[in-house]
Design a protein around this ligand. Structure first.
Ligand code: PLP
Length: 349
């Protein structure tokens, strides 16, 4: 265990003196705030938001097995994904290793930062091949991106394979758990206490129903979180996001109820899809979406669009030939989809 975050942090980030905002220098109780050039009118929107998001982090720390110092909050998961590249990957020199197929944002963030992406293909059933992935790592590999449950396949990756990778790799292993609320017992979040090079991403966009608020989380040992906080925009979460999230998180039972409903709806949808001859294969899912294989994915997609139902065409993606990705919706929405599929003309099948 000789992991030292300073060894993989970019030199310019190590020596960076971060912007110190007025709200950073004084964050206690006061009656008169004349430090930030704010307008005294239009309360409460006139004030800058808390750059450390202390209240929101305290709430999240009650929900999850972490300390506030192990939480980074961003404008969706997109923000910590981008910051991980900017903190640890030297443009034009370093690379990351990622699985394929997976979530498209890792590559976009890599491209923006001019970082090479080396891919380790999942098996035909979308299983992680830990040895293949580790064989792709070289001396310039700083980050490994995994996604479990994976998007677009929907399945959990094997936690033992993931741990093998974490133990063998000298850089950071990022595990994106955007869909973990649909199988919470499989989260690797408790492991951040044991692994100093593990970063877990989670989000309020899926099970919590807050995609519009833009609130993503990164969890890791404090030295990693400190680096991300050092380079984020000082006021990256608005007052509206922080306040609304604090309010909505108090109703955790809403989320629990939605997850229960969506898991039942998912089983129902799978059962109904199985009965359709146009569905050639349904992949295993641990999330709130289902990847299916059909004969003519593009024709079927366009037919569904004509029927005002939008699914995701993933048929041009590696290992997803013939595949459409379907989000589990409300009972009514799922019924609509099934009835349209039952009546699909044979030329689209
Ligand atoms: C939807 C999704 C996210 C969520 O991103 P936000 O920016 O938090 O909305 C993250 N990762 C994966 C794999 C996703 O599918």
């Amino acid at each position: 265990m000789s992991f030292d975050i300073n060894n993989i942090t970019r030199k310019n980030i190590l020596s960076l003196k971060p912007y110190s905002s007025a709200r950073d220098e004084f964050s206690g109780d006061a009656a008169v705030f004349l430090d930030a050039n704010e307008n005294p009118f239009n309360t409460p929107w006139n004030r800058y938001p808390d750059p450390r998001q202390s209240q929101l982090k305290a709430q999240i720390a009650k929900l999850k097995p972490v300390e506030p110092s192990q939480i980074f909050l961003g404008n969706g998961s997109d923000e910590p994904i981008d910051l991980l590249f900017r903190a640890f990957c030297e443009p034009g020199i370093d690379n990351i290793v990622s699985i394929a197929p997976t979530y498209g944002m890792y590559r976009v963030a890599a491209d923006i930062n001019n970082i090479e992406v080396i891919e380790s293909h999942l098996s035909s059933e979308f299983e992680l091949e830990g040895n293949d992935l580790l064989a792709k790592v070289n001396e310039n590999t700083k980050l490994i991106f995994l996604c479990s449950p994976n998007n677009p396949s929907g399945n959990l990756l094997d936690n033992n394979e993931i741990k093998k990778i974490i133990l063998s790799f000298k850089g950071l292993v990022v595990v994106d758990e955007a869909y973990i609320d649909f199988c919470p017992e499989r989260s690797l979040l408790p492991e951040i206490a044991s692994f100093p090079n593990l970063v877990i991403l989670q989000t309020f966009s899926k099970a919590w129903g807050m995609a519009g608020l833009r609130l993503g989380m990164a969890f890791a040992a404090k030295p990693i979180i400190d680096v991300l906080n050092k380079i984020k925009y000082p006021y990256n979460l608005s007052i509206l996001t922080q306040q609304k999230a604090i309010e909505l998180i108090k109703n955790e039972n809403n989320k629990t109820e939605w997850v229960d409903i969506l898991l039942k709806e998912r089983d129902n949808l799978i059962e109904n899809l199985h009965k359709l001859t146009l569905v050639k294969k349904i992949f295993r899912t641990d999330s709130n979406f289902i990847l299916i294989k059909v004969e003519k994915p593009v024709d079927l997609y366009n037919y569904l669009v004509g029927e005002k139902i939008i699914v995701r065409d993933r048929s041009r993606i590696l290992l997803c030939e013939g595949c459409l990705r379907i989000t589990v919706g409300s009972t009514e929405e799922n019924q609509q989809l099934i009835s349209v599929l039952q009546n699909t003309p044979s030329k689209f099948q």
